[in-house]
Design a protein around this ligand. Structure first.
Ligand code: ADP
Ligand code: MG
Length: 269
């Protein structure tokens, strides 16, 4: 672990800063003044029920949606200033979605899905490209058999591992995971959460971890922001928010979480 990791969370320029983000659709306010801060190598959960504005917030941060107002900066540089520089922007923030099947090309073998990203972003080819593909797959617990597979012959968990490897291929500073484990069985969820925790510890990538499920945030996140109706109603360290929630909505969310019997360790295969 680098010495910097021991410093208090919010000293210096944050890695990611979202200031007063707003998004309206016609007269409807989907996101209503959301500000979020993520430190280098940190992990922030954004939690709230369906329709609370989590995905819209994530898409604005990733640059997939233009905010009605507000701004997003990475290492103090406003994302809008990078508008003409798509590769550079993509290299800062990557996103993993709930359904990896929809973001993978059905006719493309796993190694080509990852290889094309490497060819574009790192201009790798030949042996170097094959070695980096193998390294990325190894990082997500996949091997040569899966590398030659098409998405349809993989399990849901394996597909999500491919999506994570593909996102990590550009060495992003921030990985946004939007309900990335929501469609998986509980035991597979546990494996993916364990994998994500390990990847962050080794690589120092920061997570914006979006979920409707407050029960899973303690396994991957340091901090949490609770959203309701387009606003953040509570935020703080995960331990504090889970053990002593201050907002009634957070308490209601916590009460709706079923107790689960697994730990990240037991999730290991
Ligand atoms: P969450 O991810 O928390 O479920 P979303 O950010 O997807 O919430 O949606 C927040 C609100 O904004 C919802 O009421 C949704 O219907 C609305 N919304 C999202 N995208 C659009 C859009 N493109 N046009 C109109 N309304 C939208
Ligand atoms: Mg959503």
């Amino acid at each position: 672990m680098s010495p910097g990791a021991m410093e208090p969370p919010m000293t210096g320029t944050p890695l990611l800063q979202a200031d007063d983000l707003r998004k309206t659709y016609g007269g409807f306010v989907a996101v209503d003044g959301v500000s979020l801060t993520l430190r280098d190598g940190g992990s922030l959960a954004v939690v709230g029920e369906s329709g609370s504005g989590k995905t819209t917030t994530a898409r604005m941060i990733a640059g997939l949606e233009r905010p009605t107002s507000g701004r997003v900066s990475v290492s103090g540089v406003t994302r809008a200033e990078r508008r003409g520089d798509r590769l550079r922007r993509a290299g800062e923030i990557q996103m993993v979605f709930q359904d990896p099947y929809s973001s993978l090309d059905r006719r493309q073998r796993v190694r080509d899905a990852i290889g094309e990203v490497l060819a574009l972003h790192e201009r790798l080819s030949g042996t170097a490209l094959r070695a980096r593909v193998a390294e990325l797959l190894d990082q997500v617990g996949l091997d040569g058999r899966q590398a030659d597979a098409l998405p349809r012959s993989l399990s849901g968990g394996q597909r999500q591992r491919v999506a994570i490897a593909r996102a990590l291929a550009v060495r992003p500073r921030v990985l946004i995971l939007d309900e990335a484990v929501a469609a998986l069985d509980v035991s597979v969820q546990a494996q993916i959460l364990t994998l994500l925790a390990g990847i962050r510890a080794r690589s120092g990538v920061a997570y914006l971890f979006i979920t409707h499920d407050l029960g899973i945030v303690r396994h991957v996140c340091d901090d949490v922001a609770v959203m309701r109706g387009g606003r953040v109603v509570e935020r703080g360290p995960v331990e504090r928010v889970l053990s002593a929630p201050e907002h009634p909505y957070t308490r209601a969310l916590l009460d709706s979480v079923p107790r689960r019997g697994w730990t990240p360790r037991r999730g290991l295969t």
